[in-house]
Structures are given as structure tokens and as C-alpha cells.
Design a protein around this ligand. Structure first.
Ligand SMILES: [Zn+2]
Length: 178
């Protein structure tokens, strides 16, 4: 998910597929902090996620305009990773290992029309060792990477398939409403 969602988003806004794929391993890079037994801290903190990418962007702007797309991709992938981990990240490491979290519960019912409700809970909690189980294995990574490559190659076909799926869902919803 860490790779697939941001890559799909970037391809959808029509960025150059080669650059999008080339930088996509960055979307998974933060989880390598599990190596230090400080998963969701060392590489999930504001330093690698904001400070370094922003410095790269500033440097590109001042000195290396041709690096700009790369710098923006670095920022996007690192930030997207932490957003997808929002259930708990030690964002202020090394100052504190407290984990910041945002929990959203979406409720949905069909009584008297379609009703959505959202329940938010956020704050900090003491650092919890995330089991290294959530660390994606090399095999998992290779599979996801391969899937992304296939998607890039077949993006036109994938788009058509997605659109027909959308139409099917729309038709089903219309039927449900009647
Ligand atoms: Zn992570």
C-alpha cells in the first residue's frame, strides 16, 4: 500500500512515469528503521520526512533547477509514507519517542438515506515497539514493485478497467436507490 497508493496518485496526475517509478522505493524506505529496533521512529521522524526533503527542494530551487522534480518526489514519497502510518508515528524523534496518532472511524448507515458519520481521535501515546511483523519483507517489496511496473506498462488498460468498474458501481448504486 505504501508504494501502490502514492504511485497511482502520481501517475493519475500525469507525472513522468519513469521518474515516478524510479523514486518509488523511497515510499518504503522509512520502514527500514526496523533495523535499528526503533521502528516508526528513526526514519519516520520530521528530520528525514520534512527537513531533508525541504532542504533538497530549497537547494534545487537555488542551485539545481533540474533536480526539482526529483526533490519534489522525495518529499512526496516520504510524506505519503508517514500519512499512511498515521495510526502512530514517533514524528518528533529523537526529541521524544512519544507516538502521534490520528484515528478516524467512519460510520455508515442506510437508514433514511445514506448517512456518513466520522469520529476522530488524536493525540500522543507512549512509544510502543511495533512488532517487526509490520516490516514488509523483501519478497513483499519485490512483489509490490513488480505490480507497480506492470501497472505502469498497462496503465491505459488499467484506466479503462477502472472506469468500467466505476460505471458498474454507479449502476449498482442507482439500482439500490430505486
Ligand atoms: Zn512505516
Amino acid at each position: 500500500m505504501h508504494v501502490v497508493l502514492p504511485v497511482l496518485f502520481l501517475l493519475a496526475i500525469r507525472l513522468e512515469p519513469k521518474a515516478v517509478v524510479m523514486f518509488s522505493p523511497l515510499a518504503i524506505l522509512p520502514d527500514f528503521d526496523a533495523v535499528f529496533h526503533l521502528h516508526r521512529a528513526v526514519f519516520h521522524s520530521f528530520i528525514p520526512v520534512l527537513v531533508i526533503p525541504l532542504a533538497l527542494i530549497a537547494y534545487s530551487r537555488l542551485r539545481m533547477p533540474e533536480w526539482m522534480l526529483s526533490a519534489l518526489l522525495v518529499q512526496f514519497y516520504m510524506a505519503s509514507h508517514v500519512v499512511l502510518d498515521i495510526g502512530g508515528v514517533a514524528f518528533l524523534w529523537p526529541f521524544t519517542t512519544d507516538m502521534f496518532f490520528l484515528d478516524a472511524r467512519i460510520t455508515f448507515n442506510l437508514q433514511g438515506g445514506i448517512n456518513f458519520g466520522a469520529d476522530f481521535d488524536w493525540g500522543t501515546r507512549p512509544y510502543e515497539k511495533m512488532g517487526e511483523t509490520s516490516f514488509i519483507s523483501d519478497v513483499g517489496f519485490a512483489t509490490v514493485f513488480l505490480a507497480v511496473l506492470v501497472l505502469v506498462v498497462f496503465r491505459k488498460e488499467a484506466f479503462v478497467a477502472l472506469m468500467s468498474l466505476k460505471d458498474a458501481v454507479k449502476a449498482a448504486l442507482a439500482k439500490l436507490r430505486r
